[in-house]
Write a protein that binds this ligand. Structure first.
Ligand SMILES: Cc1ncc(COP(=O)(O)O)c(C=O)c1O
Length: 399
């Protein structure tokens, strides 16, 4: 028996396929530029520096921010670690949310377990949304910051960060936002307007290569460096340089990856973030509706931030469902807890987690039909593997 063709539906983990312009930018940086950034005045070193700075400017453009406040990193996890370890002081109290990813919860728990900070984790509702009143109740005189994700990576549901930020402002605290699942789908300039720090991945909805991410820190806030080392500047001085970007970017950057990140953000701008987000959200909405109509299938929440559909199938372990989806329809989906330690207690999925499908710009109605048809086959329902009724015009970037 031949295997069905591959259908990648794990874009919340990392986007794939990447736009051809991104691949071309990576290849060009590797094959034609080669040198590293910020480390020389010869022609290709200057070009590598320009590629790195183009990525920084592209991120700053998304945020409506000064590029000098944008630190490039290897992912959202590293960016969040830089923020927490660099900003928190012994004795600080932090409020985090049960909807958060381990990229925030684990560094905060690490600091708590070593007696450096106190940590309160506020609950979320059955879709992963946090009530700002819970944050207000958890706030203490020693609370330094609220850490919240922009969009849950398990349910695709968006937090009301404007409301959360009002609570933070009432107390003169800081708001650190993990925008890994929102940047590229949600206007992050609106988030930067209410936050003090925003971290994100570049390899998910921003269409960049793996190993890319960034941290934006508002003017006036100066995290300590998590990593010390060479910056290509002030080399005779043993102290880290004072400027934010130099201080927080020690070591040689991954220039090909950053060239790809710039190309990804430029690709999004060319096609329009709203158009791309509209396309992927329409696919997720269709999948959520059709899956929920199948017997024994529970769609955990209706996504309103990222095109993520998390579901369970009665009497099946999520890992078995994911394996069957691949066997039946070639669907590559993730099963389990999705690196989110606590949210499943609130979603009613603590026993095994969920199956998660997430749609990218290069998916289409046939992918929705494939996943719905495969789940229908698993539950023994009459097949719903057709893609009519999902009235989407083929987006320009797919032609
Ligand atoms: C909400 C959220 N935060 C943080 C991360 C970590 O991102 P990265 O893999 O770029 O470190 C992820 C990745 O899955 C995520 O979904």
């Amino acid at each position: 028996m031949t295997s069905p063709p591959r259908r990648y539906l794990d874009n919340a983990a990392t986007g794939w396929p990447k736009p051809p312009e991104v691949v071309a930018a990576v290849v060009r940086a590797m094959t034609e530029v080669g040198a590293t950034a910020g480390r020389g005045a010869y022609r290709s070193a200057l070009e590598a520096t320009a590629l790195r700075d183009r990525a920084r400017r592209a991120v700053a453009g998304l945020l409506g921010a000064d590029p000098a406040r944008v630190v490039l990193s290897t992912g959202a996890t590293v960016a969040l670690n830089v923020a927490f370890h660099g900003l928190l002081q012994p004795g600080d109290h932090v409020v985090a949310t049960a909807a958060d990813h381990n990229a925030t919860l684990r560094p905060l728990e690490w600091l708590r377990a070593r007696g450096i900070i106190d940590l309160s984790i506020v609950p979320c509702d059955g879709s992963g949304r946090v009530d700002p009143r819970a944050v207000r109740l958890a706030w203490r005189p020693a609370t330094r910051l609220l850490s919240s994700s922009l969009v849950s990576n398990v349910t695709g549901v968006r937090q009301d960060l404007a409301a959360l930020s009002r609570v933070v402002r009432e107390h003169d605290g800081l708001l650190v936002v993990d925008a890994a699942q929102g940047a590229g789908l949600v206007p992050v300039d609106e988030i930067a307007a209410v936050a003090d720090v925003v971290a994100a991945a570049g390899h998910k909805w921003l269409q960049g290569p793996g190993g890319t991410g960034w941290l934006w820190v508002r003017e006036g806030l100066e995290p300590e460096a998590l990593v010390q080392g060479g910056t290509g500047t002030a080399s005779t001085c043993l102290d880290m340089p004072g400027a934010l970007v130099e201080r927080l970017e020690a070591g040689s950057p991954d220039v090909p990856a950053l060239a790809g990140l710039a190309a990804g953000i430029e690709w999004l701008a060319r096609h329009g973030t709203a158009a791309v987000a509209g396309h992927v959200r329409a696919l997720a909405a269709a999948a959520a509706e059709r899956l929920a109509a199948l017997p024994g299938v529970r769609v955990v929440a209706v996504p309103d931030g990222a095109p993520i559909v998390s579901f369970t199938v009665a009497d099946y372990h999520p890992a078995d469902v994911a394996a069957l989806l691949e066997q039946i329809a070639g669907v590559e989906a993730r099963a389990g807890f999705h690196c989110a330690a606590l949210v499943h207690r609130h979603l009613g999925t603590a026993d095994g987690g969920t199956v998660r499908v997430s749609f990218g710009p290069f998916n289409g109605p046939a992918d929705v039909a494939a996943v719905v048809g495969a789940v229908a086959a698993v539950v023994g329902a009459a097949g719903d593997g057709h893609d009519d009724g999902i009235s989407l015009t083929r987006p320009a970037w797919q032609t």
